[in-house]
Design a protein around this ligand. Structure first.
Ligand SMILES: Nc1ncnc2c1ncn2[C@@H]1O[C@H](COP(=O)(O)OP(=O)(O)OP(=O)(O)O)[C@@H](O)[C@H]1O
Length: 332
């Protein structure tokens, strides 16, 4: 997604994100069920002085998967090694990471569904027996040398749990499904971030940002920073006026839809009569990656009741038509 206000991280913002990340399960807002589940898993492991089971975090971008992996390491008082599926192109890349782990270390693999197949197989053995097989030589003379590695906890994150092969999914002792945040939870995220940024914002401004954040803390924090910029540059207070003006400038509408969300809705309505239309056709027509549409745009539009997914493709709902302002043709 190209939009500055999308759920995806951009490198330039990571410094800010780091500063706003909650450092413990208690500070982490919302997702109360996941927090309780994680608390139990970590406490039991600590009581038995063993590494906890491997953890899979599934859900759309920006809901706190990276943050939770950091919290897991902090709670266990162990170091965290971070990598991502696309960085693991060969089994050798993974072998290098696994063989350098220290006892009890937490290994975070973001976008784990994008890891190379050959590495996945190495990971199965590592997760189960804390061993890897290193292949030496090629062809008929190739042999595999078993290597013990330190016990570790894998925290995998994915926006597409359905894409993980079953043998990999089955090796996680716990899968946390992160849900979009409710408005009141996002209000807590924004209030906390405003305090850390030392930005004085009125309660009405906080609610307005929360309502327009697509249920996503990363977006809430990003909108807050744009509103803070606006209020600083224009010398106005952080109230609803500043929120409305700043978000209009960045193309975020009253329901929190950004440019790409609106383009997707309009494309289905204008070019495909409201649908159904297949994912790849839709992606081509708006010039975006199918994966971005599927993992970033769609979950939000479906949750907002503007789009529905049917076996035959994506269809814009009545509310979705209303949002585009184009009259819905009568159903024949
Ligand atoms: N529950 C939460 N409470 C407070 N802040 C949160 C929470 N979840 C996320 N955040 C904030 O949102 C930002 C994004 O979170 P994070 O990077 O963990 O998301 P993510 O799900 O890992 O996304 P991605 O998978 O795209 O990396 C962080 O800066 C963090 O401060």
């Amino acid at each position: 997604m190209t939009g500055e206000l999308s759920g995806q991280a951009t490198t330039g913002e990571l410094g800010y994100e780091g500063a706003l990340r909650p450092g413990s399960l208690e500070e982490f807002v919302g997702q109360s069920r996941v927090r309780q589940q994680l608390r139990l898993l970590l406490d039991a492991a600590t009581m038995q002085q063993r590494t906890p089971d491997h953890i899979l975090l599934a859900g759309p971008p920006g809901l706190g998967k990276t943050t939770l992996s950091m919290i897991v390491a902090a709670e266990l008082e162990k170091p965290l090694h971070q990598t991502s599926g696309p960085a693991i192109q060969h089994a050798g890349d993974l072998a290098a990471v696994l063989s350098a782990l220290t006892p009890g270390e937490v290994l975070f693999i973001d976008e784990i569904h994008r890891m190379a197949r050959s590495a996945e197989e190495m990971l199965y053995l590592a997760m189960e027996d804390f061993k890897i097989d290193i292949m030496v030589g090629k062809g008929a003379g190739a042999t595999s040398i078993p290597l013990e590695i330190a016990p570790f906890t894998l925290v995998g994150a994915t926006t597409r749990a359905g894409l993980l092969p079953n043998p990999l999914r089955d090796r996680f002792g716990f899968t946390a499904h992160l849900e979009f945040y409710a408005d009141d939870e996002l209000e807590s995220v924004v209030t906390r971030a405003a305090r850390l940024l030392e930005f004085d914002i009125a309660a009405a401004g906080v609610s307005e940002i929360a309502r327009r954040s697509r249920g996503t803390p990363r977006i809430a924090n990003r909108l807050l920073r744009r509103v803070r910029d606006y209020s600083l540059v224009h010398g106005v207070a952080g109230g609803t006026d500043a929120v409305q003006a700043a978000l209009a400038l960045y193309d975020v509408d009253a329901q929190g839809l950004d440019r790409l969300d609106r383009e997707v809705l309009r494309a289905v309505v204008e070019r495909f009569g409201g649908g159904p239309v297949g994912l790849s056709t839709l992606a081509v027509s708006v010039g975006e990656e199918a994966e971005t549409i599927e993992s970033v745009v769609e979950p939000f539009l479906v949750r907002a009741g503007l789009l529905s997914r049917t076996p035959r493709g994506r269809t814009v709902t009545r509310m979705g038509w209303e949002h585009t302002g184009i009259p819905m043709p009568p159903v024949s």
